[in-house]
Design a protein around this ligand. Structure first.
Ligand SMILES: Cc1cc2nc3c(=O)[nH]c(=O)nc-3n(C[C@H](O)[C@H](O)[C@H](O)COP(=O)(O)OP(=O)(O)OC[C@H]3O[C@@H](n4cnc5c(N)ncnc54)[C@H](O)[C@@H]3O)c2cc1C
Length: 464
């Protein structure tokens, strides 16, 4: 039989692509070499979020019940948590993914796929090789750890190793300062581990709204996390029980540090075993070439998710999977990277969407900044946590929101409402008449509309 669509990889990109195509009644096969759910479910988003939520509970409890928290045995709780994630949460959810794909009549084949021709893949499973024929294929094989750039890279662990720890280390170095590292730094620090984060040059956080990120970093520093900025790693070596790191700092000084564990989330696209050059898929500068439809240089082969090197989060991977799948089903559609909501699940959280002050300036369009302190929200006062800020980047001509950057508890939930406001180009003045539930952080949007009205009235009065 010939499948309409073969999907290689069952992570967020692959499973979204499969579900999307199933609505078209297509004959679909999804090939997975390991466990359904990919990195996101097995070693990424789910385990890390579980750990962050636990640490967040610790912070809140410490605040509300200071006499209770010293009795919490953190190592014991951590081991219970990782055991729950590995033994219950991940297998249960992976089975839910399998069942929902099977309900959608998607064939699942377990094994490692590689291309044989532009219409065939060979799959090596437990019972030997088999060939699968298809009209369209989507490559969703994700990424693999990228430790090659470190000397002694066997001394550097990847995130998944956390689930195998039998005891908590005393100190941890996190290399790079991306969203996941900041989340992990927060989570481990609250467990009593001495945490240092190296913020390498061109950190992904440098693309975010500077003042808002600084606000978050200051908060994390106040909780004891150390950040080392703009340094280069010269060497990593073993020193008795610990690992030693030699750095060249931004003043060209050599510095030596010792840690129990060194962790990085650095990854690179995973396609080297797929035989792509053999079938003519173009690869340039180490990346599979894709257009905005997620189509490769072969018109029946698409790629989505981390394998493209254009996505390092599950929401983008899923969206790319959907776009690729729709195009395979004949619905012409293209990726739009402009409105991608981002979050860091610390306490308080960081969340952002749309233009920053910097990108608004670069665009040359007129823009206006409105900062609303979280303390203006009744909910912040009730929770006795008034630290935080929402920065809105506005288009004063169209009276619309171009970007939002927030630090506050639950920022990622609040942001979704704002992302919709940006996408649907709602006028800020119309937000004044929306009865937001009270007390919630969503009332920030109402405060924005009130502040805009106040500025407008002041401007009218001053002109006469
Ligand atoms: C610690 C950590 C925390 C994270 N937290 C978040 C978060 O909170 N929010 C967020 O949005 N993102 C988060 N991410 C990123 C997110 O996990 C990834 O962006 C997402 O999983 C990428 O999806 P994907 O489908 O491209 O690849 P993957 O999830 O890696 O899936 C690829 C799949 O392909 C399979 N495969 C590989 N080769 C073959 C082959 N030859 N044949 C068959 N199958 C194959 C693999 O086994 C795997 O199951 C986190 C990542 C990490 C490491």
């Amino acid at each position: 039989m010939i499948y309409d669509l073969a999907i290689l990889g069952g992570g967020p990109a692959g499973t979204s692509a499969a579900s999307t195509a199933s609505a078209y009644g297509a004959r679909i096969v999804l090939i997975e070499k390991s466990r359904l759910g990919g990195q996101c479910l097995n070693t990424g988003c789910y385990p890390l979020t579980k750990l962050c939520l636990f640490s967040r509970q610790l912070v809140e409890m410490r605040k509300s019940f200071p006499n209770l928290t010293p009795s919490i045995k953190k190592e014991e709780e951590f081991l219970k948590l990782t055991h729950f994630v590995s033994a219950t949460l991940v297998p249960t959810l992976s089975e839910m993914v399998r069942k929902s794909l099977a309900d959608e009549k998607i064939d699942i084949v377990y094994g490692e796929a590689q291309f044989f021709s532009r219409n065939e893949v060979s799959v090596e499973g437990n019972d030997g090789w088999r060939t699968i024929r298809f009209r369209h294929a989507i490559i969703c094989t994700g990424s693999v750890p990228n430790n090659d750039r470190f000397s002694n890279n066997n001394l550097v662990d990847n995130f998944g190793v956390l689930l195998e720890w039998e005891k908590l280390p005393r100190s941890v170095l996190l290399i790079e300062c991306g969203f996941s590292e900041v989340e992990l730094a927060f989570a481990l620090n609250e467990l009593g581990i001495d945490v240092t984060v190296i913020k390498l040059e061109n950190s992904i956080l440098s693309n975010e709204e500077g003042d808002i990120i600084d606000y978050l970093i200051l908060f994390l520093q106040s909780r004891g996390i150390k950040f080392i900025n703009d340094s280069q790693i010269l060497d990593i070596s073993r020193d008795k029980e610990s690992k030693q790191v030699e750095l060249l700092d931004r003043f060209d000084q050599h510095r030596l540090f010792s840690f129990d564990k060194i962790i990085t989330s650095s990854r690179k696209p995973n396609y080297s075993n797929l035989d792509l050059p053999k079938i003519g898929v173009k690869i340039e500068d180490g990346l599979i070439q894709t257009n905005r439809k997620m189509q490769t240089s072969l018109d029946n082969i698409y790629a989505a998710g981390e394998v493209t090197g254009k996505s390092w989060s599950a929401n983008i991977a899923s969206e790319q999977g959907i776009v690729a799948s729709l195009n395979c089903m004949g619905e012409e559609t293209a990726m739009d990277y402009e409105l991608i909501p981002k979050k860091i699940l610390t306490y308080p959280e960081f969340a952002a969407v749309g233009l920053t002050t910097h990108t608004a300036k670069q665009s040359g369009r007129p823009f206006e900044i409105v900062d609303i302190p979280i303390s203006s929200c009744a909910k912040a006062q009730i929770r006795e946590n008034v630290l935080g800020l929402a920065r809105f980047v506005l288009d004063p001509v169209e009276d619309t929101i171009l970007g939002v950057h927030i630090v506050c508890p639950d920022a990622s939930e609040v942001l979704t409402a704002m992302a919709f406001a940006i996408k649907s180009k709602i006028k800020v003045r119309d937000l004044l008449h929306f009865p937001f539930p009270h007390p919630t952080y969503c009332e920030l949007i109402h405060h924005l509309a009130t502040e805009k009205k106040r500025r407008l009235t002041k401007a009218i009065l001053s002109t006469g």
